[in-house]
Unconditional design. Structure first.
Length: 349
């Protein structure tokens, strides 16, 4: 006798339960489905007490608004794409954190696509991936000159804001005043009596590094000071340490401006190991004002830039574009300030 085997599919199907509906939430909260819909879509024409009651019912029932259906109704996915190069860098991570917090506060989520190499192909692939993720707009934080290239086409039909990577006038931009920060650092060291200031730059392809280097050079020339050769770094502590070892054996170098705090930290270590005193023998200034820079030894004189403000402003500009209320000011340049600590001092006698 052949034993029949029951089809398990009906049991599986019977075991499935649908999620709570808009109507379930309305019944639980004692309101209309239209009211629940307004709360779910973030509309403001609902009394605060009613909104709280609806939100409590959503939480109690485990209700999750249907994002796809909401997008069909409103035309918005409430999702922001972020294309970012060098996720490991201090500045980029601080900026990304600010973007995520600001987007969430405004009722948007973010989708991040890292770019491993700042090439035309990698950037184009990142744009394609984001378009597949149903985003309403894109924030670009690439830092390299790649966005300025004519063969790089930014997504059409989407709102775009660029941070620290372009001189293109066709998109809103947000940046720190890189040139002013480098000028402040260089003038500070010259004011302490140093004959000139040596510079450890960021990588050649970096937009911000290029502006800091040019401002350093312009400041020295305006002061009539010699313009030394540039040490070409890569933002890493390792690069700063390597150049710091060279600086340590060159007594003519008494003042160093590193293009970021991480390279400045490497310089401090190399000088300490070589027995060169900071700032008695060599003054060191960084750029970024990392949270830890006041705990370096000695505490680091540096240029403070507002990563959080940069991220917030980029989100503000992008959402304004997405929601059809673009601001008249399409570019924002945020100020820097010199933070003087113990790593800079008068030139040696």
């Amino acid at each position: 006798m052949t034993e029949s085997i029951a089809d398990p599919a009906p049991a599986r199907r019977a075991g499935r339960t649908r999620g709570p509906s808009l109507g379930d939430v309305a019944a639980h909260a004692g309101v209309s489905t239209q009211t629940v819909s307004r709360v779910a879509n973030g509309l403001t024409n609902v009394e605060a007490a009613t909104r709280d009651r609806v939100l409590a019912s959503m939480q109690a029932l485990g209700y999750r608004p249907n994002r796809a259906a909401r997008a069909l109704r409103s035309g918005l996915f409430r999702n922001i794409g972020v294309v970012m190069f060098t996720l490991s860098s201090y500045g980029n991570m601080r900026t990304l954190d600010a973007i995520a917090v600001s987007a969430a506060t405004a009722g948007y989520s973010i989708t991040v696509v890292p770019v491993e190499h700042p090439t035309q192909q990698d950037v184009s692939v990142a744009f394609t991936r984001l378009l597949e993720q149903a985003v309403d707009g894109i924030i670009i934080v690439i830092e390299a000159h790649i966005v300025d290239r004519a063969d790089v086409e930014l997504p059409s039909g989407l709102s775009v804001v660029v941070i620290d990577s372009t001189e293109r006038p066709d998109y809103p931009q947000v940046d720190t005043d890189q040139a002013e920060g480098a000028r402040q650092a260089t003038e500070h060291l010259l004011s302490l009596g140093h004959e000139t200031v040596w510079h450890i730059s960021g990588p050649a392809e970096s937009y911000s590094a290029a502006r800091r280097e040019q401002a350093w050079r312009d400041t020295l020339e305006a002061a009539g000071a010699p313009v030394p050769e540039v040490f070409r770094g890569d933002w890493s502590t390792t690069a700063g340490y390597g150049y710091g070892r060279e600086i340590a054996v060159r007594p003519e170098i008494t003042a160093v401006f590193a293009a970021n705090d991480q390279m400045a930290l490497g310089v401090l270590r190399a000088l300490h190991e070589a027995g060169r005193r900071v700032p008695d023998d060599v003054s060191v200034v960084g750029f970024d004002d990392m949270a830890e820079s006041d705990s370096f030894w000695p505490p680091l004189t540096t240029i403070h830039q507002e990563f959080e403000a940069t991220g917030r402003r980029a989100v503000e500009l992008l959402i304004a574009e997405i929601e059809g209320r673009p601001e008249p000011v399409r570019s924002s340049v945020l100020p820097t300030r010199l933070v003087v600590r113990a790593s800079s001092g008068p030139a040696p006698a």
